[in-house]
Design a protein around this ligand. Structure first.
Ligand code: ZN
Length: 146
């Protein structure tokens, strides 16, 4: 493992190189100067999804959701709370499967909400169904240790 990590800016999609020891120090994007970690899930689109899961050196946890899905709305605050606990070790992001049906189809998302954990572009774990913030954090950490 190198001592720096590539972090994709959730605001402008620029790739930043940040020393791992400084990930928790509120690093800012070198291009748009926004904070790279705002303890808030990044909203992905078709264009930003691929870059976010493949170009980050940190794992990316994606919440596949849709606006019409009641359990998704119920889980949204838990996912926000999990972002506060997991960043900057993990990037949390949301993908609206209604707007981005091609991506949901490619990953075979059959029920929502579904959480999928990616590292270096590969899916390493998936869990359908709503979870509490504590369960999201525990599930993510257990899959990263595996
Ligand atoms: Zn930026």
């Amino acid at each position: 493992m190198t001592d720096s990590a590539h972090i994709v800016c959730p605001a402008c999609m620029a790739i930043n190189r940040i020393p791992r020891s400084r990930l928790g120090d509120g690093p800012k994007c070198g291009k748009c100067h926004e904070a790279l970690f705002v303890a808030h899930p990044a909203e992905l689109t078709g264009a930003s999804f691929e870059k976010t899961i493949s170009r980050n050196d940190i794992p990316v946890l994606v919440d596949f959701w849709a606006p019409w899905c009641g359990p998704c709305k119920m889980m949204a605050p838990a996912f926000e709370a999990a972002a506060q606990q997991l960043e900057p070790r993990v990037r949390l992001a949301k993908l609206n499967t209604e707007n981005e049906q091609a991506i949901a189809g490619r990953f075979g998302i059959r029920s929502i909400p579904t959480l999928a954990l990616f590292h270096n572009g590969h899916e390493i774990a998936r869990q359908p169904g709503a979870m509490s913030a504590g369960d999201i954090v525990r599930w993510t950490e257990s899959n990263l240790r595996a």
